[in-house]
Design a protein around this ligand. Sequence first.
Ligand code: G3H
Ligand code: 13P
Ligand code: ZN
Length: 284
Amino acid sequence: MSLVTLREVLAQAQEGNYAVGAFNANNLEIVQAIMAAAESQNSPVIIQASQGAIKYAGLEHISAMVRAAAATVSVPVVLHLDHGTDFDQVMRCIHAGFTSVMIDASQYPLAENIARVKKVVEVAQAVGVSVEAELGRIGGTEDQVSVSEAEAFFTDPKEAVHFVEETGVDALAVSIGTAHGPYKGEPKLDLERLSKIKELCTLPIVLHGASGVPEDAIRAAIERGVCKINIDTELRQTFTARMRQVIAEKPAEIDPRKILGPAREALQQAVEAKMTLFGSKGQA
Ligand code: G3H
Ligand code: 13P
Ligand code: ZN
């Protein structure tokens, strides 16, 4: 199937009260594992390219791999730019065939965030590409901030309404207590804040930094309107753990396929489990 937009996939997710996983891909095996999981689970899927992925694999390679893989499956696939930095990068992604982009201007003051997002929305939506933006700041677990400091960056529900009306974005990433990377303790989501945001804004809400978030919290977030869930760290952990295991068991192995193949299988299973948790299984 050819690629579809984020807007289409999330409209269905909202309708069906489930979330679609947005999985980060950096190489061929990861793309294949995610796609095989989507096909076996009959689930829509979002494959996203981070800044690191673009640097590592190159925009054209990522786009070509995802489009080739999507053509072999029957489920809807979205190719999405994760944490896009600026207008020029967004244009390069659209040119390379992405069907969805995130413009992350959350580090700027509200007015500038709005201005940067608005500029992207005008151009992207005109050519049928969906746009996700971020309000509030989702940091990394490596950022040395206390819980109260992190709360200062949580998304303000009233600001969210203003932001969405001004920009016209298709999906909004919110800061409600998650962070990128592995958590030290158990993350605590501000679900009341999420409900408030959802009460005031009707668009699809995105949860970043979902690796390591307890399953109950994920289910609660979906019930309260989250319908795109970003997962990267857990995929890396699964993939590299299996590689390490194979290398430890067969230290003389020199064929990369014998190491990457089992890692790809393990990753497929991990993605399948997420599709069950998110409720997207069977929804393609
Ligand atoms: O959003 C965060 C992703 O996990 C990106 O990580 O730029 O190192 O690929 P990366
Ligand atoms: P994790 O790496 O914490 O799963 O976060 C992924 C993410 O939010 C990508 O945008
Ligand atoms: Zn993120």
